[in-house]
Design a protein around this ligand. Structure first.
Ligand code: HEC
Ligand code: HEC
Ligand code: HEC
Ligand code: HEC
Ligand code: HEC
Length: 453
């Protein structure tokens, strides 16, 4: 029985056609990609996952067809019942062997390219944020406008090393399935989305928080709901490191020589009844919140505090309150303070709930235009137009009705004004056996420098 005879089965022929065609398409698309002609976020999915899958199916059909053909021939009494004899003395067999070897090499190259390209495509922010469009849209949108837009999603969300990569790919496959059947939570809950234990290393690749050798002055500007949008300025001297002005350092928690562990009773880690400190000398101290039951602590997962326990919004800051978002836009002069009542009107409009983002964006334009049409003489229409765009931006970057993400969906743990943040522990009530407490003293972390009425 000859190989060419077996390969005559229609299934084997179909397989060969499918494999050859998809290989040709694959090579063409890879060339197009290299030439920069394919920038669509779905392209990576199609080129490196869908087409190679079709190619592999084609390849598998060939032996499947051949084996079916062999069985058919075996049932047919006139057929020869042996496997083909490979006789290298015959030129035809040598040619066929060379051909098969050559094709196998080409196939291997395609599979390797596809594997490499597939991994790579899945690591781009456009894959995370757009191919996986609906669930990751809020984070993608917020990330684009953030300090870390130069750091790809995987720069923070995948740890170092092969184990972390495999872990990430496996949970990635699970997440893709959730997307396919739409069972992902809305909104995607905060917390536990970073590779365990690896955060500090990831951040330390670029930052050395212990090296900050000066306090940092933070100027916060807030605006009133009056006609003049009156500004209030607060300047806080943040005690970042031990200096002559303070014996305390905010980045003490991130000092590799100390270890702060804690137990949280909720998945978002907002309620923390137990904190355990191992200081640089190895001395251990436990702080427990009042009315905490033993069972709540025993057996619960203990987390070691690291950068993202405070900096949980660094990747994609979604503002916890409309007031804060609008105030920042006014301070940045994108929303014009010249316009009477602009603070009050902007907050009112972005706070409103709308069925879709598009409707929200439209309602904001309508609302602001109507409000200032009544004062047409005293306002510059160009300023109104610019402000409309800026307020729409504030809304678009923070509210995502499709994912049920809105003001307050994601807490900011770096301060204590919009969510408990530092006060989860620093509330003057978590107590140690010796009676000392985790301080909530206002001058423990910062000193107010100036205030305007
Ligand atoms: C600079 C680091 C960084 C980058 C870059 C980054 N993230 Fe995050 N991401 C975080 C941190 C920190 C958290 C919160 C983890 C926690 O609370 O334990 C988080 C949480 C999330 C969550 C859970 C919901 C939430 O908002 O808390 C999603 C979803 C997410 N990130 C998606 C993305 C996507 C998509 C990108 C790229 C477009 C991205 N991230 C880029 C650091 C980052
Ligand atoms: C690839 C490098 C890189 C990685 C990784 C990275 N960052 Fe950054 N980070 C930057 C750059 C660049 C800036 C912007 C600095 C600037 O413009 O002042 C920045 C800014 C910041 C700021 C804001 C400083 C400010 O002025 O408010 C914080 C906080 C921060 N990073 C924390 C983190 C944390 C926490 C992580 C780990 C989850 C992290 N970064 C990971 C590069 C990185
Ligand atoms: C206890 C909470 C906490 C922890 C843990 C923490 N930080 Fe910070 N970090 C802060 C606060 C608060 C600020 C000041 C923010 C401000 O200016 O309002 C800050 C500021 C920063 C800045 C900006 C500093 C500057 O002067 O411009 C960077 C960068 C930063 N942190 C990185 C890190 C990294 C990396 C880690 C982990 C190794 C880390 N932080 C751990 C609370 C923390
Ligand atoms: C998980 C609990 C926890 C959280 C959250 C937390 N801290 Fe702490 N912090 C501690 C403990 C415990 C100590 C040590 C208290 C002691 O020994 O008296 C401490 C000590 C400090 C110190 C003094 C360090 C030194 O040099 O002596 C500062 C400053 C501080 N924290 C600021 C902050 C700020 C700012 C935040 C929020 C961004 C914050 N902490 C969030 C638990 C926490
Ligand atoms: C454990 C440390 C800590 C303690 C204690 C603390 N703060 Fe703060 N506070 C912070 C940090 C960190 C920020 C900066 C948040 C940010 O960068 O957005 C802040 C910000 C503020 C702001 C500006 C908030 C804004 O966004 O407008 C005010 C006002 C303030 N604190 C007042 C107080 C008062 C009053 C007390 C005493 C009841 C106090 N703080 C105690 C850490 C602390």
């Amino acid at each position: 029985m000859r190989i060419s005879t077996l390969a005559r089965h229609p299934l084997a022929i179909a397989g060969a056609v499918v494999a050859t065609a998809s290989a040709a398409v694959f090579i063409t698309l890879v060339i197009a990609m290299l030439a920069g002609m394919l920038n669509n976020p779905y392209a990576g999915l199609v080129v490196f996952i869908a087409i190679p899958a079709v190619f592999a199916i084609g390849l598998l059909l060939i032996p499947a067809g051949m084996s079916l053909e062999r069985r058919k021939l075996l049932r047919n009494p006139s057929a020869v019942s042996e496997w083909p004899v490979v006789d290298f003395r015959r030129a035809e067999v040598r040619r066929a062997t060379l051909l098969i070897a050559g094709l196998t090499a080409v196939n291997l190259i395609i599979i390797l390219l596809a594997g490499y390209g597939g991994l790579h495509a899945m690591e781009t922010p456009s894959f995370c944020g757009q191919a996986c469009h609906a669930p990751m849209h809020p984070q993608f949108q917020a990330w684009q406008g953030a300090m870390h837009s130069g750091v790809p999603c995987v720069g923070c969300h995948i740890g170092e090393g092969a184990a972390a990569l495999v872990h990430a790919k496996l949970s990635g496959v699970r997440q893709l399935m959730m997307v396919a059947v739409s069972t992902y939570p809305k909104p995607i809950s905060p917390g536990a989305k970073m590779p365990p234990g690896a955060q500090a290393e990831l951040c330390r690749a670029c930052h050395r928080p212990g090296r900050v050798v000066a306090d940092r002055v933070r100027v916060l500007r807030e605006y009133a709901d009056d006609e003049a949008n009156t500004e209030t300025m607060t300047a806080l001297q943040m005690h970042m490191s031990v200096t002559t002005s303070s014996a305390h350092a905010i980045h003490w928690h991130a000092d590799p020589a100390v270890r702060v562990e804690y137990v949280a009773t909720d998945a978002e880690r907002q309620t923390i009844p137990y904190v355990r400190v191992t200081d640089a000398k190895g001395q251990v101290k436990e702080f427990i919140a009042p009315d905490t039951k033993e069972e709540a602590i025993r057996g619960a997962e203990r987390r070691t505090m690291d950068c993202v326990d405070c900096h949980n919004t660094v990747g994609h800051p979604i503002s916890p309150t409309p007031e804060q978002a609008v105030d920042r836009a006014i301070a940045a002069a994108t929303v014009s303070r010249e316009l009477p009542f602009v603070r009050r009107e902007s907050v009112r409009l972005v706070k409103e709930s709308y069925p879709t983002q598009e409707e929200g964006v439209r309602a904001i334009e309508e609302g602001l235009r109507n409000f200032y049409r009544a004062r047409a003489g005293s306002v510059d229409p160009q300023v109104v137009t610019r402000t409309v765009g800026a307020v729409q931006d504030v809304y678009r970057r923070n509210v995502f009705p499709a994912m049920k993400v809105t003001w307050g969906s994601y807490p900011d743990n770096k301060g204590h004004m919009t969510s408990n943040g530092c006060f989860r522990c620093h509330d003057d009530s978590h107590e140690a056996k010796d009676g000392s407490k985790i301080s909530g003293d206002c001058e423990y972390c910062h000193k107010q420098l100036a205030a305007q009425p």
